[in-house]
Structure formats: structure tokens, C-alpha cells
Write a protein that binds this ligand. Structure first.
Ligand code: GN1
Ligand code: MG
Length: 334
């Protein structure tokens, strides 16, 4: 019973409402006599070292406390023993104070794209003096396109044969776009490509809004050193299209040019002074790289019988793959 967890925090009259967002962790919104909180069960299949996440969120929180104390931030809530990460029945939990605001599932206009891109840009910019080496790597090689391609190739060797046949077209498409991996290696090997504090999951549901303004980024589990490509690329994945990655009707997948302009304006308003011209020249590549990588990841998981992403039906990861492939095709026509 979750009551045991509530007791550890000293929460009385707690009511837990499961939230459906996210394909990895299980999240609950809690109403308690002590206030509203977010409680999350960390998926340790994905995040093998939950203490690394705990460390990162606390380090950044402490940095803000001393530099920008009024910064809205997902500070962790300690339990009665002062612990911010608790283990119960082999599972790990942590709690956040609920920040007033709402998350969007899809965007309805370009202003929201600009707002969100600006928030994520501000997040990295606000941590430009933060000692990046203090951050732990919560998932090694998380956005390493070369590794993701390698994992895809392994799945082609060892994956489910029936699914391989079913996914024939998607496989051919991704193989024929392998040149993105070379571009990625060229980018990361260049002296003007810099590692910064990177969120690595900038989808629209990971930024809170209040009225029309984006106010705060959330879900910092994958915040670690990375390239701007990860953040801008994931924005392209989720802000440009009127429907999200769950949409199975490929005809609805369109890339709206005004949203692309909005991403650039919003992100560069915060990060323009930090990015090198070499990095700025890779702005469009960031979208190609991350959309392509997500297609690879969904397809790899499909071929490996859905070990990673939560699914409700057997073909879901292939549908997600085809959605991302269509998005990439539309994006390339911008
Ligand atoms: C996962 O669980 P969620 O929705 O925050 C994934 C992201 C993917 C996303 C696709 C740790 O994020 O990389 O872009 O699904 N996170 C991890 O929906 O793998
Ligand atoms: Mg996430």
C-alpha cells in the first residue's frame, strides 16, 4: 500500500491520482493535508542509478538557491528522515512540490512553441556557469546517435523475425538515411561543439504553462552534459506538428513553418549569445538527428518486443516509428 510511502513523508489524508504522461516513470499527483505534491516511481530498468538523478536535481537546486533563489524549479521534497529518494519494496520513489501550472500534450499555436523553446533555452543559459562536471550521467550515451544506430543493427540481427517482416519499409527507410550518423560524428568531434547542461527531453509536456506563458521546465531525469542538438531536436520532434507522436494517421503529420521560426526565435533569445556559429549552422540538423534517432529507438524496441517503451498494443512502437519517419520527411521539406 502506498500509505507506507505517505507515512514516510508525514502526509495525511493523501489521495493519489495517477497521471498518464510519460512512457517511462509512473507519476502520481497527490492531494494531502500538507499540500499538493508529485510522487514518482522511477523506472530502474531505464534509470539504473536513481541516486544519480537525485544528485543532479539537488545540485542544480542548490545552485539556484544561491544564485537565483526565486527561480521556479522542481525542488525535491525530503521525507521525515531528510531523504529525497526512498526505496520501498525494491522500487524507488521521490516527491516534488507541485508547481502551479499546466502541461500541454500538443501545441495549438506558434507562440507556445516560442515560449517553450525560450524556457528550455533559459534553462541551459541560466546554468552556463554551473560546474558541469558536477553532473552525473544518468543514462550513458543516451543521445549518442552512433550507439542508437548500432542498437538498431543488433535488433536487426537478433530481433523478432515476424516483426522484422512487418517493419520492412521502416527498416529500409532508416537504413537509407544512415548518413545522419556520419553528420552526428562530425558534429560531436568538432572543437566548436560544446557540452552544456542539457535537458534531453524537451517535449512540450515537460514545460509548465500559466495562461499563455511557459513558466518552468520539469522532468529533469535526463538532465546531464549534452549538446544543444538534443534539446532543439526534441523540440522539433514535438512542437512542429499539430498532432503528437501517438497519431497513427500519417496524413495529419505536417510541419508548420511558423512553429519552426518560433523554435529558433525562442531558443536563440536565450542561447544565441552562447552558441558558436558552427553550432548555429547545425540548427536544422538537430531536428533531423533527433527525429531520426527517435524513429530508430522506437523501431529497435518494436523489434525487441517492446522492452523499453510502455505500450498498450503490439504494433504501437511500429506506429510510433512510422509517425516519426513521416515527420522527418515533412521536416526535410521545410
Ligand atoms: C521517453 O518517459 P518520457 O515520455 O519522459 C524517453 C525520451 C523519448 C520519449 C518519447 C529516458 O520520455 O527519450 O523521447 O519517451 N525517455 C527516456 O516519447 O528514454
Ligand atoms: Mg522524460
Amino acid at each position: 500500500m502506498m500509505q507506507t510511502i505517505f507515512d514516510q513523508y508525514g502526509w495525511e489524508n493523501a489521495i493519489a491520482i495517477p497521471l498518464s504522461q510519460g512512457l517511462i516513470n509512473q507519476t502520481y499527483e497527490l492531494q494531502t493535508a500538507q499540500g499538493a505534491f508529485i510522487l514518482q516511481n522511477i523506472n530502474t530498468q531505464v534509470f539504473k542509478d536513481p541516486y544519480a538523478i537525485d544528485h543532479n536535481i539537488k545540485s542544480i537546486g542548490q545552485y539556484y538557491n544561491t544564485t537565483v533563489p526565486d527561480q521556479l524549479y522542481t525542488h525535491l521534497v525530503p521525507n521525515l528522515r531528510g531523504e529525497t529518494l526512498i526505496e520501498w519494496e525494491g522500487k524507488y520513489y521521490r516527491a516534488f512540490k507541485k508547481i502551479e501550472g499546466f502541461a500541454l500534450d500538443v501545441l495549438t499555436n506558434a507562440d507556445q512553441a516560442k515560449e517553450a523553446a525560450h524556457q528550455f533555452g533559459k534553462f541551459t543559459a541560466s546554468l552556463s556557469e554551473f560546474p558541469i562536471e558536477a553532473l552525473k550521467v544518468t543514462i550513458p550515451h543516451f543521445h549518442d546517435l552512433a550507439l542508437r544506430y548500432h542498437q538498431f543493427e543488433q535488433a536487426l540481427k537478433h530481433g523478432d523475425a515476424n516483426r522484422m517482416t512487418e517493419a520492412k519499409d521502416a527498416i529500409l527507410f532508416l537504413q537509407s538515411h544512415h548518413a545522419y550518423v556520419k553528420q552526428w560524428l562530425h558534429f560531436t568531434g568538432h572543437q566548436d561543439a560544446h557540452l552544456r547542461v542539457t535537458h534531453h527531453d524537451t517535449k512540450i509536456s515537460n514545460v509548465l504553462f500559466k495562461d499563455d506563458a511557459a513558466i518552468c521546465v520539469i522532468d529533469l531525469d535526463t538532465t546531464m552534459p549534452g549538446y544543444f542538438i538534443s534539446d532543439v531536436g526534441d523540440m522539433c520532434r514535438t512542437y512542429l506538428c499539430p498532432v503528437n507522436e501517438a497519431c497513427q494517421d500519417l496524413n495529419q503529420i505536417k510541419v508548420l513553418p511558423e512553429r519552426w521560426t518560433a523554435i529558433q526565435e525562442g531558443y536563440l533569445k536565450a542561447m544565441g549569445e552562447f552558441l558558436t556559429s558552427f553550432e548555429k549552422d547545425h540548427f536544422k540538423f538537430s531536428g533531423q538527428c533527433i527525429i531520426y534517432m527517435q524513429a530508430l529507438r522506437f523501431l529497435t524496441d518494436f523489434l525487441e518486443l517492446d522492452r523499453y517503451y510502455r505500450v498498450e498494443r503490439p504494433g504501437q512502437n511500429l506506429d510510433r516509428t512510422n509517425n516519426q519517419i513521416q515527420l522527418l520527411i515533412e521536416f526535410n521539406q521545410l
